[in-house]
Design a protein around this ligand. Structure first.
Ligand SMILES: [Zn+2]
Length: 249
């Protein structure tokens, strides 16, 4: 494409929309944390060489040409296909849920060096998770980490309304833990055990390596994934369909 301005960026493929007969519009989380959309021409051509490089969840080095409104993929080199996600419904669903949240926490003009490495590590964690419990834990960790980074960090140590140091209730809408008397005024507040509060704190503060090696029951991990879903849906004010699908499996 002579005359067009081009730029190189690494990106994680978050989403696809079909365009015409053979093309795709891909939504990328770029390495600088911005979100970009670009047309991948011929990406749906059977056996086409671009198809594998713009698969969902792939990390790819792109050369993008500026188009009239969207960028156009002029070169693509696969960096990490996250191949162990493929063909595994639970792992694909986890990656879809994370990419859905990544789409809602990245923006065209807002650079943020934290979000790309976080999503890249999370996708690797979904490949590495030994079982469903650790997969649930890894999704919950990604979601709480990216939201906390974005400014939606839950108050876990004390009642968010009165400061009582031993809260026993939790409300996503209220912004975290509540004591019993404050919880009475908050519709939808739910009881929470100190161990559950400690788990949410660990999701935000611990590394994926430690979480993947942690002792967690399937019930606790599923509860944490549900809690992360409620937290994200409430603060992003969005219906998270891929996340709902993952929780319904
Ligand atoms: Zn209180």
């Amino acid at each position: 494409m002579p005359g067009r301005r081009t730029h190189r960026t690494r990106g994680i493929v978050l989403d696809h929309v079909k365009l015409g007969e053979q093309d795709l519009i891909v939504t990328l989380l770029a390495a600088d944390g911005t979100q970009a959309r670009a047309v991948a021409k011929g990406a749906r051509k059977p056996g086409g060489r671009l198809a594998a490089r713009v698969e969902l969840f792939s990390e790819t080095d792109f050369l993008l040409a500026s188009g009239r409104s969207l960028g156009i993929v002029s070169e693509a080199t696969l960096v990490d296909a996250h191949g162990r996600l493929r063909g595994d419904l639970e792992r694909v669903s986890a990656a879809s849920a994370a990419c859905e949240v990544a789409r809602l926490t990245s923006f065209e003009d807002a650079e943020d060096p934290f979000v790309y490495p976080l999503l890249s590590r999370a996708l690797k964690a979904f490949e590495e998770a030994a079982d469903q419990a650790h997969l649930d834990l890894a999704v919950a960790a990604y979601v709480f980490k990216v939201l906390a980074h974005g400014g939606w960090s839950p108050e876990l140590a004390r009642c968010i309304a009165c400061g009582d140091p031993s809260p026993m209730w939790f409300s996503a809408a209220a912004g975290g833990a509540l004591c019993e008397s404050c919880a009475r005024d908050v519709p939808g507040a739910e009881p929470i055990a100190p161990s559950q509060l400690a788990w949410v704190r660990a999701l935000i503060g611990s590394t994926f390596d430690r979480l993947l090696a942690a002792d967690v029951t399937p019930e606790s991990a599923l509860w944490l994934a549900g809690c992360a879903h409620t937290w994200a849906a409430t603060h992003l004010d969005a219906r998270l369909r891929a996340f709902e699908f993952m929780l319904a499996l």
